[in-house]
Design a protein around this ligand. Structure first.
Ligand code: NAD
Ligand code: WQD
Length: 356
């Protein structure tokens, strides 16, 4: 069992959507947490709320507004704390934007990660959990996707994930003291059941459920459904939606693995998904049921680069991390609506303060 009493974990991108939920679980389990985030796609309010939700453990949270590529700032932080491990969420993640601005994505995601790994090595901190993505499976030939499937990238964002995975494998090969877990997330959805923290994307949401949520609160007139001619039960795309709280739990399981099975772990990859596929129309129906709101739909052609059906094989994570998703789409939609109805403009509080 991990003794969290003396463990301090560095969480990069900890003010973001998945990061903030993971920081809360870490605090609740007694870890000390240092977050670095440049707040490019996050609000510091998220961390204030995380600390409140964590009660007296909230005092164990430290925040530094730092860009990962700022080596001197990173060095200073590593010099003033002894980190047992790093959970590395920080990165840009909008697929469409990455096609428009590939150099921004390569610079931010790759240089940020390389700088982090170099500073970690210099400070002899060699335990890492990295946020990879199901995007590395591209359009899979079959489902469920197992960790051994061939990998590919269909856009610069996805390529940064592939390259970082390879960098991690090379780093471990060069120095087996490194213990690295690559987590391939499927489609994170939902919010903490308190409705106090959740997803608050800047600008127009790219992903399905943040968009649905903004339609439900009246910020957008309708949802555009991309593609009705897929070879699926209702013609719309199928994905593996996973509750963000389950996903956060997966990170605690990964940390535990790094400590308990340290001698067996080299650079290992795990899917974090539920193993269940849900179509766009099924997700919309589940959300309508949870919220009592009608979501007006406009049907359109396929979105370029989208796969037909993607869902996870979960056996490896279940067996080796002893982790399994607990929640289904009903709970995801319930908690998403709880967050959205309490925070229709996210952390900003009002349309004037928000990004749009
Ligand atoms: P997010 O944008 O909410 O969080 C990422 C955080 O990183 C943000 O708070 C942002 O301000 C910060 N950040 C970005 N670049 C930085 C830099 N150079 N220095 C410091 N901070 C920086 O995104 P999220 O949904 O929480 O995703 C977290 C991680 O998981 C990302 O790496 C993302 O690619 C990956 N991921 C996300 C999904 C998803 O659908 N949400 C799916 C698979 C993988
Ligand atoms: C889900 C389904 C869309 C929006 C993306 C990234 C992936 C990962 C998760 C980070 C698809 C449909 C969507 C809309 C729609 N992120 N849709 N109308 O594409 O599976 O994965 O997020 O790593 O890398 O590519 O998720 O939520 O965008 O789409 O009909 O307005 O919803 O076509 O079938 P996706 P998504």
């Amino acid at each position: 069992m991990v003794s969290a009493l003396v463990r301090t974990i560095l969480v990069t991108g900890g003010a973001g959507y998945i990061g903030s939920h993971t920081v809360l679980q870490l605090l609740q389990q007694g870890f000390r947490v240092v977050v670095i985030d440049n707040l490019d796609n996050a609000s510091q309010v998220a961390l204030i709320r995380v600390a409140e939700l964590a009660g007296h453990n909230g005092a164990n949270l430290v925040f530094h507004k730092v860009d990962l590529r700022d080596r001197h700032a990173l060095e200073d932080i590593f010099s003033s704390h002894r980190f047992e491990a790093v959970i590395h969420f920080a990165g840009l993640k909008a697929v469409g934007e990455s096609v428009q601005k590939p150099l921004l994505y390569y610079d931010n995601n790759l240089i940020g990660t390389i700088t982090l790994l170099e500073v970690m090595a210099a400070h002899r901190c060699k335990k890492l959990v990295f946020s990879s993505s199901a995007t590395v499976y591209g359009w899979p030939k079959e489902v469920p996707c197992t960790e051994e499937f061939p990998l590919c990238a269909t856009n610069p964002y996805g390529r940064t994930k592939l390259v970082i995975e390879d960098i991690c494998r090379d780093v471990h090969r060069s120095d087996p003291e490194w213990k690295i877990i690559l987590l391939r997330y499927f489609n994170p959805v939902g919010a903490h059941p308190s409705g106090y923290i959740g997803e608050d994307p800047c600008g127009i949401p790219n992903n399905l459920m943040p968009y649905v949520q903004q339609v439900a609160v009246g910020r957008r007139p309708h949802l555009t459904v991309y593609g009705t001619d897929y070879n699926t039960k209702d013609g719309t795309g199928v994905r593996d939606y996973i509750h963000v709280v389950d996903l956060a739990d997966g990170h605690i399981a990964a940390l535990r693995k790094l400590y308990e099975d340290s001698d067996k772990i080299g650079c290992e990859v795990y899917n974090l998904g539920t193993g269940k596929g849900t179509s766009v129309l099924e997700m919309v129906a589940a959300f309508e049921k949870a919220s009592g709101k009608k979501i007006p739909l406009v049907f359109a052609g396929r979105r370029p680069g989208d796969a037909e059906i993607v869902y996870a094989a979960t056996a490896k994570a279940e067996k080796e991390l002893k982790w399994k998703a607990k929640y289904g789409v009903e709970e995801m939609c319930r908690d998403l609506w709880n967050w959205a109805s309490k925070n229709p403009y996210g952390y900003a509080g009002s349309p004037e303060d928000g990004s749009n």
